[in-house]
Structures are given as C-alpha cells and as structure tokens.
Design a protein around this ligand. Structure first.
Ligand SMILES: O=C(CO)[C@H](O)[C@H](O)COP(=O)(O)O
Length: 226
C-alpha cells in the first residue's frame, strides 16, 4: 500500500533543505506544509538559521511559531520562495488549491513570491486534466445562494463547505465546485473571478516554479519553465 504520509514528508524535507539563513519565505497550509514547518524548525534549532516567514493560515502560524520561525504579516519586497502544498497539480504547474480553505491568502503569498515550490504526494500529480478534486472558491456570505447559482452557470455543481457553517480565516464561506474536468484552467479562473461575490478561486496558474513530488524512497522534482 502507498504510504502517502511518507511521500509528503519526503517532499517537505527536500524542500526545507533549500532554505538559507536570511531568507524571507512564504509558507502555505495543509498536512504537507506541516511536515515542511517541522523540518525547517529542526534546521533552525540545529543550524541556528535565521528565517522570516509570511504564513497563509492561522493554523500554519501557530505551528511555525511553535517551531521557532519568525512570522510577519506584511513586507514591501517580494518573498524569496513560497512553499505550499496542492490538491492537484499538472506538469505545466497549474494547481487546484484550497482543500484546507486557505486559498485566498495562499494565492496572495504565492503571487508575491519570486518562486512557488509545490510539495505533493504522488496522487496529486495529474498528467491528463485537473478537476477530479472539487474546486474550492472563497465567496462572501452575502447573497450566497445567488452566487452559487452564478458559479454553476460555468458548468459545475456547487455545495457550501460544512453546509455553510465553515468559515475561512477571512470570515467567508467556501463553495466546492464539481466540474467534470477542467481543460483550460486559466480561462476558468478568469471566468469565475468575474462572478460578483467571489473573493478568490482555487485555480493557480503561472505561479509555480517547481513541483517536488514525494515518492516512497525520495523525490521527483519538476522545474516549470516560465
Ligand atoms: O490548498 C491547501 C490548503 O488550502 C493545501 O495545500 C492542499 O489542500 C493540500 O493539503 P495536504 O498537504 O494536506 O494534502
């Protein structure tokens, strides 16, 4: 049986090796990122690395601080590298994110970083098309039933995460949108962002620089040309 946790850990440990003292990095959210934070925390403790980070969720913030990382909220310069996970990734670097609900801050952090390194287990890599994982879209709670209908006009069926009870760190709700398949991620991202009430769409395009896929005994690294 595949040990996905071991794959995530291998990807995270490999990524953590790239951090150098003095860097300011982005840190996303999720179980793979949690492995990354712990691996980096060990390096901070053992090697005395000085690392500053901007994190994309309250949960990652807690773990980062517990592991001795310095967390800041804002910075005028771009971050050196953003390290994050994904729910799906293709080999052009298109991603579906937001399984953990932190997609808006994750996209802000990724956009404002020189590089985005994505750490995934082998089940997340999709060689044909994205869209088996329901696409998370963060929306305002105001007139939410109309926003869901407007999203469905793009060819999906939507449900509110937790029946509407789930709230993001920004106080919004998440619509999980089921498409049969996503053939043109960039066009769909643009289309959904036009719907009033949509705060952010969990499709990430043109941001990824590197995908680190954890395998049973190591990693496979894919560099994504810009
Ligand atoms: O986008 C995310 C959170 O919003 C995560 O990166 C994504 O859900 C993957 O999580 P995990 O590493 O637990 O599989």
């Amino acid at each position: 049986m595949q040990d996905l946790e071991a794959e995530k850990m291998n990807a995270a440990k490999e990524a953590a090796k790239a951090v150098r003292s003095g860097m300011t990095i982005g840190i996303g959210s999720g179980s793979t990122v949690n492995h990354f934070i712990r691996a980096l925390g060990e390096r901070v403790k053992e090697e005395g690395l000085s690392v500053t980070c901007v994190v994309s969720s309250s949960q990652s913030r807690r773990l980062a601080e517990e592991n001795g990382l310095r967390v800041i909220e804002d910075i005028p310069e771009k971050l050196d590298i953003d390290f994050d996970g994904a729910d799906e990734a293709d080999l052009k670097g298109n991603l579906i994110k937001g399984g953990g609900g932190a997609l808006t801050r994750e996209k802000i952090v990724a956009y404002n970083s020189r590089e985005l390194w994505v750490m995934v287990d082998s089940t997340k890599i999709k060689r044909d098309y994205l869209g088996r994982f329901p696409l998370p879209v963060e929306i305002l709670p105001f007139m939410v039933s109309r926003t869901l209908k407007n999203l469905e006009e793009a060819g999906c069926s939507c449900s509110l995460r937790g029946g509407g009870a789930y709230r993001t760190d920004n106080g919004n709700v998440i619509a999980d949108c089921r498409f049969k398949r996503i053939d043109d991620p960039a066009a769909l991202e643009r289309r959904l962002k036009m719907v009033p009430g949509v705060v952010e769409v969990g499709i990430f395009t043109s941001l990824t620089s590197r995908i680190i896929e954890g395998t049973v005994d190591g990693v496979q690294v894919y560099s994504i040309p810009k």
